[in-house]
Design a protein. Structure first.
Length: 279
């Protein structure tokens, strides 16, 4: 296998990505590269990291230069402020050569109707894996990434439609087998066709059972969509009723704590006497 200069390929990809916003997978396919092997070396994040590193280095150098100039005195500091203001104005002029064409006004703010950046840089490029919870099985399939990417968009309704299509296909096959049985030249061909017809009928029965199961599952999902909010509301109502009952009980207990009745007086007198409860 020929070795690739991944550094040169990465530089070429970063250049194309900055101009057209092309993804790494599509870029590798256009150049006949194996994306599974190249993805370790060709990553859009490398471009962002390099740009951040350059900006950080330039910012640190500018801070060091300003600190040295500020140490020389107040006059030099004033000159530096004027110089930095001029540099800022020059940078603003170079970054916005024509405010009208860029969709910004003279202060750099977006104007009404600005179409925005058609090739905006985003960390979430097409085909990113940030939302993948578990794809350990894809490594055992020849085209695992493609299959798993397609399966994420599928729903239970799609499986029902696919199963119905399979049932119709089996029904069409049964009609063809019946026609072949009528034109079978010998007994061996008939036996073979009867065996195929039996297997086709068994497959049709399984598809019909699968359709019924999917219909029941979809019906339960619709019921759950209604029951979940209702059960949640019932739970909140029960908790509120329980809290109210506890509050009322605590209030009644506190109110009755100092209430004196004839029975309580008798009990207190018996407890205060040393007769052991005897009168």
């Amino acid at each position: 296998m020929a070795k690739h200069d991944w550094s040169a390929l990465l530089a070429a990809f970063l250049s194309d990505n900055a101009e057209t916003g092309i993804t790494a997978q599509r870029w590798c396919e256009e150049r006949g590269l194996n994306y599974q092997s190249a993805r370790r070396y060709i990553k859009p994040r490398s471009a962002q990291s390099a740009q951040k590193k350059v900006r950080k280095t330039a910012h640190s150098a500018q801070k060091g230069k300003n600190a040295q100039k500020c140490a020389k005195g107040g006059n030099v500091q004033q000159d530096n402020e004027d110089e930095s203001t001029d540099v800022f104005d020059d940078d603003a002029g170079t970054s916005r050569p024509d405010a009208g064409l860029n969709g910004r006004d003279e202060k750099g703010r977006f104007t009404e109707g600005n179409p925005g950046n058609p090739n905006a840089v985003s960390p979430f490029v097409p085909g990113h894996r940030h939302s993948v919870k578990h794809n350990a099985y894809s490594q055992y399939l020849p085209a695992g990434e493609e299959f798993f990417a397609a399966s994420r968009e599928a729903e239970l309704r799609d499986e029902l439609i696919f199963t119905r299509a399979r049932a119709l296909s089996v029904t069409k096959t049964l009609n063809k087998i019946m026609e072949d049985l009528q034109n079978a030249p010998d007994i061996e061909t008939r036996i073979d066709l009867y065996d195929k017809m039996l297997k086709a009928e068994q497959g049709l029965d399984r598809n019909i059972a699968r359709i019924e199961s999917l219909e029941n599952s979809l019906s339960k999902l619709q019921i759950d969509a209604v029951n979940v909010p209702r059960l949640t509301a019932d739970t909140y109502r029960i908790k509120a009723a329980t809290a109210k009952l506890k509050a009322e009980t605590a209030k009644l207990t506190a109110d009755n704590a100092a209430v004196v009745t004839p029975l309580t007086e008798v009990v207190d007198e018996l407890q205060e006497s040393n007769k052991g409860g005897l009168i």
